[in-house]
Design a protein around this ligand. Structure first.
Ligand SMILES: [Zn+2]
Length: 266
């Protein structure tokens, strides 16, 4: 084992220890001040007493590409923690590309914002930090994940994905809605709001908690599902910016993401 690989292993071990605080360990749970402070500290590597990943790397004179390797190793570990089946993911681009995976096919970052499969054991995934992840499941066993941001919603990605699914499946389609930024925090310009109202009606416009015009993304998605008579099995109704358990791009321009995954168990 060469020297830098040894160092990498050592730092990987340190990172492994840095797991997020658990709300149930705090009196008052997730709303307690102590938990919120612990979470803020956990999110900021500079606050680790031993030196978090970044300060540690800097003090040992590592070059940035080592950080990339570490990020990759951490990502792989996080994936395995959720499922050790074959992972498939997208290079999301706020477009309307849909990736359809047959048995034996993989997506290791294909460009697109929706992914569909009927294969057993295949893990499909989308990542988000304020946009909405949506799962669609058909009675005949085809399932899809969609990354729905404001552009995707306006450009009809939800409908396009439903159409693609219907071509290869039959029976009722149901859905699960993941967490996204809500109207309390999703301030928008009048022009875009106008486009949403045109497409989804006046209720697409809402206001933020401090009284500015905002978009109600979830309302628009629900409206789209309703049109197709798609039942919502579960709606994770939190706001990613208000809820400290979630990454939010609007909050701090983070590069970190939530992931929504789906697979059929073997
Ligand atoms: Zn909010």
């Amino acid at each position: 084992m060469n020297k830098s690989l040894k160092k990498l292993k050592k730092i990987e071990k340190t990172i492994q220890l840095l797991s997020p605080p658990n709300p149930s360990d705090f009196v008052g749970g997730k709303n307690s001040a102590a938990y919120k402070t612990a979470l803020t500290n956990w999110k900021n590597p500079a606050n680790y007493p031993k030196g978090g990943p970044l300060p540690l790397l800097r003090s040992q004179g590592y070059k940035p590409n080592i950080q990339k390797e570490l990020d990759k190793a951490l990502l792989e570990k996080n994936r395995l923690r959720l499922s050790n089946n074959e992972w498939n993911w997208l290079s999301q681009e706020h477009g309307t590309g849909i990736i359809l995976l047959e048995d034996g096919e993989r997506s290791l970052g294909s460009k697109g914002d929706a992914i569909i499969t009927s294969s057993l054991g295949k893990v499909i995934s989308v990542t988000v930090a304020d946009c909405m992840p949506v799962l669609l499941m058909s009675e005949s066993g085809t399932f899809a994940l969609i990354h729905l941001g404001w552009r995707g919603i306006l450009n009809g990605l939800l409908n396009l994905t439903i159409e693609s699914m219907k071509k290869i499946s039959h029976g009722e389609i149901t859905s699960v809605l993941g967490p996204c930024i809500k109207s309390c925090c999703y301030e928008f310009g009048k022009m875009e709001i106008g486009r949403f109202c045109e497409k989804f009606g006046e209720e697409a416009e809402a206001s933020t908690s401090d009284g500015r015009s905002s978009i109600n993304l979830k309302y628009c998605v629900k409206k789209g599902l309703e049109k197709e008579s798609i039942k919502i099995e579960h709606d994770e109704a939190v706001c990613t910016k208000c809820d400290p358990r979630h990454w939010s791009f609007r909050e701090d321009s983070t590069k970190k993401r939530q992931v929504m995954i789906a697979f059929k168990q073997t």
